[in-house]
Design a protein. Structure first.
Length: 228
């Protein structure tokens, strides 16, 4: 796992820089393959990126399929739903067909069946996966010490996280490895230690799962990059 140098920008510029990066990767995928797939992340930084992305020209949304890197096991209209956040901040603001949006069915009681069903919907390789990093070094819903970090075949698994709501569905390391592009967003001083471990620490993704995204494009504000 190798990484190019991270891009460090002012906090106010991070949403726009991230949106421009994602938009360019989507345009490239459509130009090269006739379609693009984008997996979205939850959180405040991705939300701000979504709001800018929705305003950018040149993305052929009819050719973009939307997926999710993880989801809380709640109904789609729940305040904790990543789908709801994405719908409010992006999906209702761009001309994307409803059939192009593939949400994780986190509300299903059979979490294993929901994971298998979602894995069956995924393309062979996602074009762009947007990720965030937690203060504990997690990414998507791959938390330190999780058995999901040892998965080598399944692309989606149900997991239990350390904070509410604990039940989640998440992409696994094999899904991240297959992706054409990973885009990691990090903002704030609270992320600085985790970013330093992820990019510069000893290779140990069981303790810092965000190392699975080391090869990706890391877009950081100055506070998150302070310990690099």
């Amino acid at each position: 796992m190798t990484t190019p140098g991270p891009a460090v920008v002012e906090a106010s510029e991070l949403p726009r820089v991230a949106a421009l990066c994602v938009a360019e990767l989507l345009r490239q995928a459509v130009a090269e393959r006739g379609a693009a797939s984008l997996a979205l992340a939850g959180g405040t930084t991705p939300r701000a990126m979504h709001e800018v992305l929705a305003t950018l020209p040149g993305v052929d949304w009819a050719q973009v399929s939307i997926y999710f890197g993880d989801e809380r096991c709640v109904p789609p209209d729940h305040a904790d739903s990543n789908y709801r956040m994405a719908r409010e901040s992006l999906l209702t603001r761009v001309p994307i067909p409803e059939s192009n949006v593939h949400r994780m069915l986190g509300e299903l009681p059979d979490r294993d069946a929901a994971a298998r069903a979602y894995a069956a919907e995924l393309p062979a390789a996602l074009d762009v996966v947007v990720l965030g990093i937690g203060e504990d070094g997690h990414t998507a819903s791959l938390f330190p010490g999780s058995p999901a970090l040892d998965e080598r075949e399944q692309l989606v698994l149900p997991v239990i996280g350390p904070k509410p709501p604990p039940e989640r569905l998440t992409l696994t390391p094999p899904a991240l490895e297959r992706a054409h592009n990973l885009v990691m967003l990090a903002a704030g001083a609270g992320k600085a230690d985790a970013v330093a471990r992820a990019l510069g620490g000893p290779l140990d993704p069981r303790s810092t799962p965000a190392q699975w995204a080391r090869r990706g494009r890391w877009l950081l504000d100055r506070a998150a990059a302070a310990r690099l």
